[in-house]
Every structure is written in C-alpha cells, then in structure tokens.
Design a protein around this ligand. Structure first.
Ligand code: SF4
Ligand code: SF4
Ligand code: SF4
Length: 289
C-alpha cells in the first residue's frame, strides 16, 4: 500500500508541536499560485493541516534551518536535503539535538517554475541514486528502489570537458555576461551562510562592485571553490537564477573532482569533514619543497 506522505508529516508535526518537543516546523505548503509549493513555518499544532508534500516540493529547507539556529525545530527533508543538514551539523551551524529531522523517502521532484508544473523529473532526480534520508528522527514515505542509472551522470560535464580551453572560456564568458549579480544563487544555497559574503566586503575590497564579466567571473569562481566538497547537488542555485545560467555544470565538475581525488561525497556522514575544509598541521601539501 502506498502511504500518504503529507498525512504522515502532518501527524508527526502535530505530535511534536503538541508535546512541546519543538517550537517550529519548517516544511512545505501550497503556494499562492495553487499548484507549486513554498516553504511553511508552522508554530501551532492547529496549523499543521497546511503542510503538504508532493513532487513540487523542490526547495532545500536546510537553508531556513540556519536562520532559526538555536531554536528547537523540525525540518522536512528530502534525501538530498538531509545531506545539506549533515554539512551544517558538521560545520557547527545547527545543533543536531535541537533539530528534529522529518526525513522523506523521496520519489523525486519535477520541474517547477513560477506557476508552471511539468511532469518531467528534475535532472538531479533523474541521476539520483540515494533516495533515502541520511539523517532523520522519523521517515515518511515508502522506501524507493534504487535502480542502476544506465548512463553516466556526469555526461553533461564530460561534453564540456571535451571542448578546448578557448571554447570553455567562451562558453562561460557567454553565460557570465548575462549574470546580473543578483546573488539569488548564493542566497538559495544552504551551504552559503557567511554573515558577510567575501564578494560584498568593502574593507578589504576583494571583488569590485561593477557587473563587468571579470567581476562576475571571480564571484562564480570564488563560490565554486567555497562549495568544493560541500555542495550537495540540490541545484537550488541554478533553479533560482533568473537568467538561466547552468551553474550545475560547475557544481558537478567540482563534485566529480572531489569524489575522484578524495573519494568523498558531502553530507553522508556528519563526523567526516570535507577534504578542502580540513587542515592537519602535519599534512604534506607538497608546497615549499
Ligand atoms: S535528488 Fe534525489 S533526494 Fe533529491 S529531490 Fe531528487 S530524487 Fe529526491
Ligand atoms: S551550490 Fe547549488 S547545488 Fe550546491 S548546495 Fe548550493 S544550492 Fe545546492
Ligand atoms: S542567480 Fe544567476 S544572475 Fe543572479 S548572481 Fe547567480 S548566476 Fe548571476
């Protein structure tokens, strides 16, 4: 029998709010367009009926956990969102004991955008091979059978890698020309949480304020390096971009390199730190002979 994920989430939310175990539920509710979903912040048991879960629930709610850090909260999390939660626990941004995770065995989310709901799974879901939450206190939904992909998940990166250096530079310059430096990609990202982002710092002024291609390039390169080994592939950055820049290509390239070099995938184990965020005083970096 297929379980009703929405009912399961509502029931658990009611229970833990009524008992005082948490003061806030971060989940999904139907958006005002009537078809897509948006984040919901439920503080009273009588409001849990607003919570929903379906294949339009695309947001990575780990982002909002940071804003409510210190509170006892519950968060509805698809499998990939739980990887983001683990990274935040690992980096001491949220407290595990105060964060009740309502994990979801995830059937995948479809393409959704400004009132439009498609029937095609998002690309990240087409290549997903981990549908079960990595950290949870309760799990909603039936387990999803993991099937072999039958194609290379990094095929889009390989097509780009096959181009010459000049062609790759031209590819990214063409896209970065269109970037309006609105920072929606950064703001949607659960792993971008610095109080003052390096690209907005004015003392020292690391990156100039103009929106010429070199400044935009440096923003994207800095962000990609800061996310290397920390990006969990939720693709919220690309989905948030108003001009459709294919940021997932850059994210996937870095993820693939970190996995190849270090055998590391972020967020699977909160005890293991990201290789590029770890420094051992006695490690040999091969610098200085
Ligand atoms: S990538 Fe996997 S866990 Fe994440 S939304 Fe898609 S199917 Fe669900
Ligand atoms: S960089 Fe993009 S894909 Fe990676 S964690 Fe941030 S929002 Fe998700
Ligand atoms: S969301 Fe798009 S346009 Fe805005 S800063 Fe990011 S890449 Fe540029």
């Amino acid at each position: 029998m297929t379980v009703n994920i929405t009912e399961q989430i509502q029931e658990k939310a009611r229970e833990i709010l009524s008992s005082g175990q948490v003061e806030l539920i971060i989940g999904y509710q139907r958006a005002s367009d009537g078809v897509t979903a948006r984040p919901a912040f439920i503080r009273k048991a009588e409001n849990v009926a607003k919570l929903i879960f379906d294949q339009t629930c695309t947001h990575n709610l780990a982002k909002y956990a940071i804003e409510h850090r210190g509170k006892s909260m519950a968060i509805v999390a698809k499998a990939c969102d739980t990887f983001g939660i683990n990274v935040l626990i690992q980096e001491n941004q949220i407290i595990r004991e105060k964060t009740y995770v309502i994990g979801v065995n995830c059937p995948g989310v479809v393409e959704v955008s400004f009132g439009q709901v498609g029937d095609k799974l998002q690309y990240r879901c087409q290549i997903c091979q981990e549908h079960a939450p990595a950290v949870y206190d309760y799990v909603a939904g039936d387990p999803v059978e993991e099937k072999p992909l039958g194609f290379d998940p990094y095929i889009k990166v390989k097509v780009l890698e096959a181009l010459s250096q000049e062609e790759r530079i031209a590819f990214w310059e063409k896209h970065f020309e269109r970037c309006i430096r609105c920072y929606a990609c950064r703001n949607a990202c659960p792993q971008c949480y610095c109080t003052e982002c390096v690209v907005e710092q004015i003392d020292p002024d690391w990156v100039g304020i103009p929106i010429q291609v070199p400044e935009k390039q440096i923003f994207h390169v800095i962000r990609a390096f800061h996310l290397a080994g920390r990006c969990i592939g939720c693709n919220e950055c690309e989905r948030s971009c108003p001009v459709g820049i294919p940021l997932s290509l850059m994210n996937m390239k870095f993820s693939q390199d970190v996995e190849d070099q270090f055998g590391y995938k972020p967020g699977r184990d909160p005890e293991v730190c990201a290789p590029l965020a770890t420094y051992q005083p006695d490690e040999n970096l091969g610098i200085g002979g």
